[in-house]
Design a protein around this ligand. Sequence first.
Ligand code: NAI
Length: 468
Amino acid sequence: MAYDLIVIGSGPGGYVCAIKAAQLGMKVAVVEKRSTYGGTCLNVGCIPSKALLHASEMYHHAQHGLDALGVEVASPKLNLEKMMAHKDATVKSNVDGVAFLFKKNKIDGFQGTGKVLGQGKVSVTNDKGEEQVLEAKNVVIATGSDVAGIPGVEVEFDEKVIISSTGGLELEKVPASMVVVGGGVIGLELGSVWARLGAKVTVVEFLDTILGGMDGEVAKQLHRMLTKQGIDIKLGAKVTAVSKPGSGAKVTFEPVKGGESTTIDADVVLIATGRKPCTEGLGLAKAGVVMDARGRVEIDHHFQTSVAGVYAIGDVVRGPMLAHKAEDEGVAVAEIIAGQAGHVNYDVIPGVVYTQPEVASIGKTEEELKAAGVAYKVGKFPFTANGRARAMLQTDGFVKILADKETDRVLGGHIVGFGAGEMIHEIAVLMEFGGSSEDLGRTCHGHPTMSEAVKEAALATFFKPIHM
Ligand code: NAI
């Protein structure tokens, strides 16, 4: 049978694309090499890490946060096995959910490795080496990304001592010491998990800031908070070697500016220095699919590759490697294939870092506006002046709004604080509609909520906040 669409890969990009296409009336097949749907995000990424982030935060809170609220508990005990079981159950319910949605939308699943044979043909090779060829009018490549390793440094992942994010979700006991290479999103999130559970965590970061690319003020504030939580962060330090001489590991780094190198020992080393697109074994070169200089699949404005009827979305193409960006691209490409006007607004894609406090960002950073020579105004409001935050003892952090100086149109929003990842979305909706800081500041917000700090920051942007 010929399909209307074959999607290769069932991560957030692929599975959302498949469901949307089926909803639009297409006959859809999905090829997935894992035994479960959901890709990195659901199986070994966003979802399991959030289960561990939440559970470890509860443990940490029970140890350090409850007493001040007048809740006295006996010394809390960690049951890591049970915490991991919670994580595994969370993954299972999510991947089962995707399987259910596929069934509901009459999507055919093929377990195996997909290969593009050219326009309209995809081969699937299963674990037993059996190959079959599927036919479709359209093909979407949504194969995601994989751990990149450290550029120029040989690293042998054993996922026990030298680990990637996958191993970081599976440790059987809390290591006494952990070195995290890379102070980006994965390093800080997983570093936080194991620090809260008792590991002495050292983060070694090449840049002179953590979370490079995020708003500088926000990154600095998070740096302070993580340091307070006992995480040792070394900036401007380039890791040059990672070895496993005995039972533990050694990490060597040198100042980026030049100077003596340092070697530290650790029970576990987490490598979190970025991800690379998964394009190997897909037969892309042979099929005539052109790649860009950074090894990503090149696409046009309609997500179409150099081969007609072959599209690509998500981590395998340009843009931020984020699950929600892939999801939106999945919807857009399904709409385009169905003859509709699919579109993704790349200017309004939130970024959330699930540390404690959380960091959330949308639109331009202050550094980007400065570099582009845009005349802007800034409004800020600290959670120390927010009643709900005081009541919950969650006063760390602030909201920052950036708006065009002339038009007052909001160009960016940045939040560091408890629940930042939820609060960012009102700024996202406002920006999607081209709203101003005055629009946001004049929108009635429920009281008492943390979100009132967003309103106050908007008031501060166009005039003055009330509660400061
Ligand atoms: P990243 O790109 O966020 O951070 C990697 C860091 O490693 C950079 O700060 C870089 O300067 C540093 N680095 C590179 N080489 C180094 C060296 N030799 N020595 C010291 N530091 C070095 O990559 P990460 O954290 O691995 O995440 C991969 C992707 O997954 C990212 O695109 C990220 O956005 C995405 N992701 C998103 C999450 C979220 O949205 N909450 C959660 C997890 C991952």
